[in-house]
Design a protein around this ligand. Structure first.
Ligand code: XMP
Length: 510
């Protein structure tokens, strides 16, 4: 690819993804690779600079992860962060100790302004520390460039070899000027030009896909979610009608969603197959109330419908998947091929014959996927879509799923989403939806006693969906949504807002 490349060598630190994010945010392309890469492999990648990540190990332990010592002889600038800095000191002949007094969290530091990394910064700063060990003797050729109360070498450098070490974490927001320091390393030390843009990357991806696929046929299960939608848009530009997208509309989508997906893709050069299978799914769900059974039935039926359609198309050469970078990094230090197990249509590769997998997003973070989607001309409603579970509204329609209940839920959910968007909260609340509980209660409407459903509104903020906070939506927004829902949707006479975080609750109700 026609852009500069920075290598992030992963020593297992919790912030490895964040380092990669920061580098790319600065307009420099980078990838996270395992620390086991040999110097020869590193040289073959041709990076303009290398960053050693942090890690929880102790550099002087015989079993701790090490870098190939030959890497230090390649003449490539290196920035070691935390464990990465300690490792560099240890491997180059310095000394690392585990002091009795450890520094953790926000820490006052004094910088040496003569260091190129700290140029223009005030000497007194606050940085984020997160390690027990520290360097207590510098390797030959190094000078100390920062200290704290307990750490004599909170930063070090050997400018002749272009090696830099930081005991603290420049990549986290708590480090006041961390991004400025990283920018200095990339631009002033490594000579980065900032040539990483989504337009150029998108063109490079298109070329890459064409090379991989040749004249082969590619099949994609399009769910309408962000990742599969962006894959569809990209492949359509790259290989046009060699691509077939199967969109199984299970009848459990939100209001208008199926039509929106069709509208976004029917105008493009690709084979778009929409299967309206709602009745089939509802028939299978009749009488089923157990949440796990509902999920299993929907997953199984999905595969059956997909297989039937795939058979009609005949042999395909490749299956395309929307795997993204966090899945890749988490599954094996950034080098192993993975098939996203929690994908909306999980299990497909076992059921369809194909020769290879096309995963064009596997090096992109979620917001880069959105940027790519925008570059490829996808509409905002697809690019900014919040996560939506594979089983769809079935797990938000508690108890038995039936068309009349789904219709009520769709309308109520639509109004709620509309009011959130009108209040400008649609990007700050990460997931929000309505749940039709299976409970009825007594109410009164215009002198009439009613006995109708209770609707629950849910809104969460989260960074990873593993834990979540309930969103503090302003009362006026909740009030407006609730008023509209009881007035505009039949069969709902009571509305509650879910103020449970995760844990102990989950985001979905089933
Ligand atoms: P929970 O309810 O487990 O949800 O806190 C965490 C996130 O996962 C989504 N979710 C699913 N996504 N298939 C999916 O693709 C599923 O079966 C599924 N169940 C939950 C949920 O919407 C939330 O974003």
């Amino acid at each position: 690819m026609e852009h500069q490349f920075v290598l992030v060598l992963n020593f297992g630190g919790q912030y490895n993804q964040l380092i990669a994010r920061r580098v790319r945010d600065l307009g420099v392309y980078c990838e996270v690779r395992p620390h086991t890469l040999t110097a020869r492999e590193v040289a073959a990648l041709g990076p303009i600079g290398i960053i050693f990540t942090g890690g929880h190990n102790t550099a002087y332990h015989p079993d701790s992860p090490k870098a190939d010592p030959e890497i230090y002889k390649l003449g490539i600038p290196i920035l070691g962060i935390c464990y990465g800095a300690q490792l560099m000191a240890h491997q180059l002949g310095g000394n690392v100790i585990t002091p009795s007094q450890r520094e953790y969290g926000n820490t006052a530091i004094t910088l040496e302004p003569a260091s190129v990394l700290f140029e223009g910064l005030a000497p007194d700063q606050t940085v984020w520390m997160s390690h027990t060990d520290c360097v207590d003797k510098l390797p030959q050729g190094f000078v100390g460039t920062a200290h704290t109360q307990h750490t004599p070498y909170a930063a070090m450098e050997d400018t002749s070899r272009k090696f830099y070490g930081l005991q603290f974490h420049p990549e986290v927001e708590h480090t006041q000027n961390g991004l400025a320091m990283m920018r200095r390393f990339l631009f002033d030390v490594c000579g980065a030009k900032g040539d990483w843009t989504m337009e150029t990357y998108s063109q490079a991806l298109i070329t890459q896909v064409r090379e991989q696929v040749g004249s082969g046929k590619v099949l994609l299960a399009l769910s309408g979610g962000v990742d599969s939608s962006v894959v569809a848009a990209l492949l359509s530009q790259a290989i046009g009608n060699q691509l077939t997208c199967i969109f199984v509309d299970h009848g459990l989508m939100r209001k208008d969603e199926g039509d929106e997906v069709e509208a976004a893709f029917s105008g493009r050069e690709l084979n778009f197959v929409r299967v309206n299978a709602g009745e089939r799914f509802l028939a299978r769900l009749k009488g089923v109330t157990d949440p796990e059974s509902k999920r299993k039935i929907i997953g199984g039926e999905f595969i059956r419908v997909f297989e039937e359609e795939a058979k009609k198309i005949g042999n395909v050469d490749f299956l395309a998947q929307g795997t993204i970078y966090p899945d890749v990094i988490e599954s094996g230090a950034g080098d192993s091929a993975v098939i996203k197990s929690h994908h909306n249509v999980g299990g497909l590769p076992d059921h369809v014959d194909f020769k290879g997998i096309v995963e064009p997003l596997r090096l992109l973070f979620k917001d880069e996927v959105r940027a790519l989607g925008t570059t490829l001309g996808l509409p905002g409603y697809l690019v900014w879509r919040q996560p939506f579970p594979g089983p769809g509204l079935a797990i938000r329609c508690l108890g038995e799923v039936a068309e009349d209940k789904l219709a009520i839920l769709r309308e109520a959910d639509f109004i709620y989403r509309e009011e959130i968007a009108k209040a400008g909260l649609d990007r700050s609340i990460h997931q929000y939806f309505a749940v039709l509980t299976n409970m009825r209660s007594v109410g009164v409407m215009g002198d009439q006693r009613t006995y109708d459903y209770t609707l629950a509104l849910r809104g969460v903020t989260t960074s990873d969906f593993m834990t979540a906070d309930w969103a503090k939506i302003p009362y006026e927004v909740l009030e407006k949504a609730a008023n509209r829902i009881v007035n505009e949707v039949r069969s709902i006479n009571r509305i509650v807002y879910d103020i449970t975080s995760k844990p102990p609750g989950t985001i979905e109700w089933e």
